[in-house]
Design a protein around this ligand. Structure first.
Ligand code: BGC
Length: 395
């Protein structure tokens, strides 16, 4: 047993996203999807956690527990509810949120796009629309003035998940569980171009900011005969975004589980491990994913890494502590081997809206669905104490 000391200034945070916690995000494409009969979304987001009003409580919980960082997203659909109409009042809300973080001793890591688009842009074709790139760059320009106190900016969250949304819209959620669908290529190109255009815009306006984006990383296990097809799939669904990160200042990595694949009639298909332990999202309980992904991404990109999401959906908070302790031990071992990691943000601060359902609970804090009362779980104090010590005992 040895003690691993995390570097001074290591970020210990919790992550959230606007649509999942704020509530009533009525100008977004997801809100409309949630209201549409027959869409692939089963439960609407509604009031979510009412963090639009209760964010001071959220920050006080995170800061009070000992965390030193907070990741949240700015909602484009609120800032530009109709094309070209930008709201200074809504922008001022996020400026107060940034000031609130700093007042609580939390370094803000700000995401500019976390899954939701203004409904008007989605109606024009979303990221595949010819105007999406310019529109995103203009949105970045509008937000820039409030971001001067922010060091780490994540332009886009999980472009590789976003490029699956058009597939889900036509094939439904089963497309993800029963098959291994390819990403929508027009969306992939739009996202990469938008990321690069947004980066150029912010570089000029915020020379001190460090710019990057967060990729959904997977660790793959393939059955005999499926290795080449799995590697090709990982290349086109994940590595394409690492290549497009050249020129970024850091890379965000989000890892939860592993994916097991096999070949059926020449096509890749999920091959869940029989009897394996599952979380409330149905994902395999696999804390080693974090370290495996961190080592791979460091090698592929050479960029400093920030773990912008990691966690699990469980009703048993003791499981959350076990899983996270094990994931962090692997992370510390990778760092001891020389991998450069600047921070760890747990997903999520709150039990929140999980894209179609409130059932999978990822939070360090429980939220009453009627009263919005927050009740911290033991895992919040546990992670906060680790943050204060900045040290972990590893094998
Ligand atoms: C997303 C989050 C989501 C989490 C757990 C990530 O794909 O960025 O928005 O809630 O995973 O499902």
């Amino acid at each position: 047993m040895t003690d691993f000391n995390f570097p001074a200034g290591f970020l210990w945070g919790a992550s959230t996203s606007a649509h999942q916690i704020e509530g009533n995000n009525t100008n977004s494409d997801w809100w409309h999807l949630e209201q549409r009969p027959g869409s692939f979304v089963s439960e609407p987001s509604g009031d979510a956690c009412d963090s639009w009003h209760r964010w001071p409580e959220d920050l006080a919980l995170a800061g009070g527990a000992g965390l030193n960082a907070y990741r949240f997203s700015i909602e484009w659909a609120r800032l530009e509810p109709t094309p070209g109409h930008f709201s200074n009042a809504q922008l001022a809300h996020y400026e107060r949120l940034i000031e609130g973080c700093l007042a609580q001793g939390l370094k803000p890591l700000v995401t500019l796009h976390h899954f939701t688009l203004p409904a008007w842009l989605a109606a024009q074709g979303g990221w595949a629309a010819p105007e999406a790139v310019d529109r995103f760059a203009r949105y970045c320009q509008f937000v820039a003035p409030i971001l001067s106190p922010v060091e780490l900016i994540c332009l886009i969250n999980e472009p590789n998940m976003v490029a699956l949304f058009p597939v889900l819209a036509t094939a439904g959620m089963e497309a993800l569980t029963a098959t291994v669908p390819p990403l929508d290529q027009a969306t992939v190109s739009g996202l990469i171009e938008a990321h690069q255009a947004g980066r150029e815009t912010l570089r000029l306006l915020l020379p001190g900011a460090r710019l990057g984006w967060s990729i959904a990383a997977q660790t793959y296990h393939s059955e005999p005969g499926a290795a080449a097809a799995t590697a090709a799939y990982q290349d086109e669904s994940e590595d394409v975004f690492y290549r497009a990160s050249a020129g970024d200042d850091w890379i965000g990595l989000q890892a939860y589980t592993c994916r097991r694949l096999k070949l059926i009639d020449g096509a890749l298909a999920p091959a869940p491990k029989p009897g394996s332990r599952r979380t409330l999202t149905g994902w395999e309980y696999y804390p080693a994913a974090l370290a495996e992904c961190v080592r791979r991404v460091a090698q592929l990109t050479g960029l400093p890494i920030v773990v912008t999401e990691n966690g699990l959906a469980t009703a048993d908070d003791a499981d959350r502590i076990d899983y996270t302790g094990s994931a962090l031990t692997g992370l510390a071992q990778a760092m001891a081997d020389g991998v450069q990691v600047e921070g760890y943000f747990h997903w999520s601060l709150l039990d929140n809206y999980e894209w179609g359902s409130y059932a999978p609970t990822f939070g360090l804090v429980q939220v009453d669905r009627q009263t919005f009362v927050r009740t911290p779980k033991p895992s919040l104090a546990w992670l906060g104490q680790l943050a204060r010590r900045n040290r972990l005992t590893i094998d």
